[in-house]
Design a protein around this ligand. Sequence first.
Ligand code: NG1
Ligand code: ZN
Length: 537
Amino acid sequence: MGPALSKIDREHPPQLAYGTAGFRCDATQLVIAMERVGMLAALRSRDRDGLKIGVMVTASHNPHRDNGVKIVDPTGAMLAQAWESKAEKVACCPESQLLETLASVAEGEAASASVVIGRDTRAHSRALSQRVRAGAEALGARVEDVGVVTTPQLHHCVRAANGFSPVVKGPLYGYADALVDAFEALLKTSPHKTGRPDSTVVVDCAGGVGAFGIHQLRRRLEERGLASVLSLRAANIVREAPLNHQCGAEHVQKQRLPPKNLSRRDLGAPNLRGCSVDGDADRLVYWFHGLSNFEIVDGDKIASLLAVFIARELAAAQPLIGTPSLGVVQTAYANGAAAAFLRERRVEVAFAKTGVKYVHHAAEAFDVGVYFEANGHGTVLVKEALRARLAQLDSEPGTGGRARLAVSRLHAVARLANQSVGDALADLLLVEAVLCLQQKSIAAWGALYDELPSRQLKQRVASRALLEPNATETRLVAPAALQAKIDALAASHKSGRAFVRPSGTEDVVRVYAEAATRRDADALALEVRRAVFDLAG
Ligand code: NG1
Ligand code: ZN
C-alpha cells in the first residue's frame, strides 16, 4: 500500500485535520499520521494517569481506498476536544520538530502508558494499525491489540478495561454477552410470552466487520433460546461485497436503494425486515418492501420509535423516579416530519451541528438523551445518577405494578444502549426488543409519520474550504451568492428546503434537498448541485 516506508517524506507529512471522525483520507497518506497518533495516545494515557486510551483504525462508510483513525478517551468517549489540535500538531509536524512538538503537548506525569488498538476489515488497516503500535511503543506504552472490531466494540473495550462499566465475562470485555443480557432483560418485561411470527432480520453487513458482530450475537441468542424472538441472518459478509460498495447503511440511506447481493426472496418476502450497517458498524438503518416501493426506516424513525417508547415508560415510572427530562437531538439532515411527530407527542427536540461529537454532546443535556442522525448513527444516553437509581430500584424485590415494570424496562434500555457512541449492534437489539414489546411490524413502524421526500447528492469542488457554513450548518455565510441562489431554488418548489455544507469525512460538498413531492425533491437537489458547481466549482 502506498509508498514504501523508507520513501515517505518525513519532513513534509500530509497536513490533515482532526475532523468529526478523526483523521480520514486516502489510505496512502496516513502512514506518518498513524505513528504519530500512536505517540499521542501514549501521551494522552500518561496525561490521564496511565488509564488506557483507544485507537481505532477505520474510515467507516468511506470507500475502501480511504482509511482513518480516531482516538478514544478512557471512559470510552471521543477524544476531548482540547486534544484535537494537539493531535493535528503531532500528526503534521516535520520529523525534525517531532521531539519538541511531543514535549509541548506532554503534560502527564504517570510512569506508565497504555493503548488499546482496534481496526476494521480494510486491506490496509492491519499495516496501518501496526504503525500505531510502533508509535505507541516508541514512547514506552504497553499496547493491547484487540484486532478486527467494530468502532463501538473498541469504545466498549476501553471503557470496560478502565473499569467504567461493570465487568461481564466473555471476549472483548464481555461486549456481546452484556448486550444479550440486557436484551433478554428487556424482553422479560413483555406480556407476550411466545416467539414472533416474523423473527427473522436480514442484516446487510456492508462487506465489513459488522458480520463478525452479528455472528457473535446470533450464537448467543441461539444459546439462550431467543432465536424464536430474533433470528439474525447476515448478508454481504466480509468478502461477499467490496466494503460499502452498493451496500451498507450509507448506500441505502443516501442512494435510497436496496443493498446489492440480496436475493429476490430476501427483498420480496412479505413482512421481512432488513437492515444495513456501515463499514465500522456504528450506523444502522432498516428497510423493507412496501406495497410497491423499497422503503427505508432511517435514523429519524429509530429515534421516534425509541423516544415514544421511553416517554411512555418514564411516565409510568414517575411514582418511583419523578420526572427526568427526555429530549431527542437531531441535525439539519433530519426530515422535517420527524420533529413535528415528536413535538406532537410532547417530546422535546433539540438541534445540533452535523457530526457525531456535536449531537452526542447536545444529548448529554438531558437525563435521557436520544440522538440519531438520519444516517442511522445514534444511541440513547442515560445520565449516571438516573442509571444508578434505576439499577437500585430494579435490584429490590419487586412488588409488581406498572411503575416497577417501567423501571425494569428503562434500566434494560440504559444497559443495552451504548453510552459512548452510536452502535449498530446495540441499536438493532434495542429496536427489535421495542418492536417485540409493542407487537409492531416494520410496516407499522415505517408508517409512524409520512416523510417529506428528500434527496442527497455530493459534488466535488476545487476547494471545499471555500464554503463557510453558519453555526448550525444549515446556511452558507460564504459565498453569499451561492446561498442566495439556494434560497431562490428552494422557494421555487412547494415545501422546498435545501442546504449545502462541506463534508468533514470526504472531499466533497454535500447537497440536501426536501420538497412536497419526490419529483420536486430530486429536481431541487440537482439544481442546487448545479449551483454549487457553477458558483464554487
Ligand atoms: P460529513 O461527511 O461531514 O457529512 C458524515 C455524516 C455525519 C456524521 C459524520 C461522522 C451525513 C450527511 N454526514 O459527516 O452525519 O455521521 O459522517 O461523524 O450523513
Ligand atoms: Zn461508521
